[in-house]
Design a protein around this ligand. Structure first.
Ligand SMILES: [Zn+2]
Length: 430
């Protein structure tokens, strides 16, 4: 599997000048190539469908030597980097075409990059070198400034030395290199132990294993901590004349606080996902596939105004912590790194269904506990976790004959198992 590592770098003034010059060449190449493609696309639309010939990556790459001959300053850039710029354009164009062909008329071709835009310098396979925690890049800028950075503050482990690609980019005034490397992951073996996890806003993790052992981890709601502070600065800012000195001061403060909040959330997710993946004895982790977007959208249709308000705040918090999708990604790659697997399963009805008897009742998302007529009472999220486990055990994901443990789990929790509980109205998908 390929993994990426982002490392902050601190370019000097001279290096920045070179980086921007190199980026500018790439930006122009990108824009030229894009404009060629757009013209070509318009022309081809006039031609009958069989005779259409679109510009490809290879055509554009083959034009590079001629461009370099005519305008020698393009030789400043390491040739593979220019090629990668065209490759990136090609990739965005392909995805645009795919969308367009699938009938998405809102799809737009990639856009021209403006003057302030730093085009990511992408060194693929060659043109870079790492030795003694110094990463250096090839170029032929006339200034002869060395483009090399000390990355000893983030020493690379032995496993990260099979480097495929290095990118130099900037974000919010900070500079980074992103190192993509090949990682040999241990082979995954199904050890018969499973951990089912329900992810949520207030409890980031509610989990159950086959032994019926529950774990629950509360979310650290950094967004709530920052909310009022952010609002305060924002309102101060909005009382100033836009772009005035005071406005800029508050705006900067606002941006800094926002990014701090985002970083804290990310950090928390990294820690929790690592903890969960490493501490569980299960080699297989099952998560309910949450479609965060549709979850937030669906709730808008509720009619009662009071409920609507409750749901509005809920929508809000789902979107704010909308990084749950990212959390699943963290879980997934951290699991793969140590030979475990994350399996996503459709989580519809896992909250509504009683894990004990399988009766389905519509519940408001604000209800924290589930109380069923059968006498079953449980935390909502833990109930979902049980149902996710049941769904997994009943699904095709499980190829082997159920083990004793699995059978006893299913005997204890009859929720989704249609064989055990004919009461279920219809488990069909919505
Ligand atoms: Zn029940």
């Amino acid at each position: 599997m390929q993994l990426s590592q982002k490392i902050r770098i601190y370019p000097t003034k001279e290096q920045l000048k070179v980086l921007w010059d190199l980026s500018e060449k790439c930006r122009l190449i990108y824009n030229f190539a894009l404009s060629d493609r757009i013209d070509n696309w318009k022309e081809q639309n006039e031609v009958s469908e069989e005779d259409r010939k679109y510009i490809t990556y290879t055509t554009q790459q083959n034009e590079l030597p001629e461009i370099k001959h005519k305008y020698p300053e393009y030789k400043w850039v390491y040739s593979k980097v220019l090629q990668m710029t065209l490759r990136n354009l090609d990739a965005s164009y392909k995805s645009f075409f795919a969308l367009w062909k699938s009938g998405d008329k809102n799809a737009r071709p990639p856009r021209f990059k403006g003057k302030q835009y730093f085009t990511t310098l992408c060194y693929n396979q060659s043109g870079f070198d790492i030795e003694n925690d110094i990463i250096s890049f090839s170029h032929k800028h006339p200034s002869k400034t060395e483009i090399s950075f000390d990355i000893s503050h983030y020493p690379l482990k032995e496993e990260t030395k099979k480097i495929k690609q290095v990118e130099i980019f900037t974000k919010k005034g900070k500079w980074f290199v992103s190192i993509t490397y090949e990682f040999q992951e241990p082979k995954y073996i199904d050890n018969g132990k499973y951990q089912a996890i329900d992810l949520g806003v207030s409890n980031i993790i509610s989990a159950v294993n086959l032994d019926g052992k529950f774990i629950q981890i509360k979310s650290r709601r950094v967004d709530l901590y920052w909310k009022n502070k952010l609002q305060e600065v924002q309102s101060k800012r909005d009382h100033c004349k836009k772009y005035s000195r005071r406005w800029k001061k508050y705006h900067l403060k606002f941006c800094r606080m926002k990014s701090k909040c985002a970083n804290q959330l990310k950090d928390f997710q990294h820690k929790i996902s690592k903890q969960i993946v490493e501490n569980t004895k299960a080699n297989t982790i099952i998560v309910g596939d949450l479609n965060v977007k549709s979850m937030a959208k669906k709730k808008k249709t509720t009619k009662s105004p009071r409920k609507n308000k409750a749901n509005k705040t809920l929508n809000h918090s789902i979107q704010n912590t909308g990084s749950l999708g990212r959390f699943v990604q963290f879980l997934t790659y951290k699991a793969r790194k140590i030979g475990k697997r994350v399996i996503r399963i459709d989580e519809s009805y896992t909250t509504q269904t009683c894990a004990k008897c399988g009766v389905r009742v519509k519940r408001e998302l604000s209800e924290r506990d589930i109380t069923c007529d059968c006498g079953h009472q449980m935390d909502r999220d833990l109930n979902s976790a049980v149902n996710i486990m049941i769904k997994f055990l009943m699904s095709d994901n499980l190829s082997h004959q159920p083990s004793l443990k699995e059978e006893s789990f299913l005997r204890k929790w009859n929720g989704f198992s249609t064989t055990h509980s004919p009461k279920i109205c219809s488990p069909a998908k919505a």
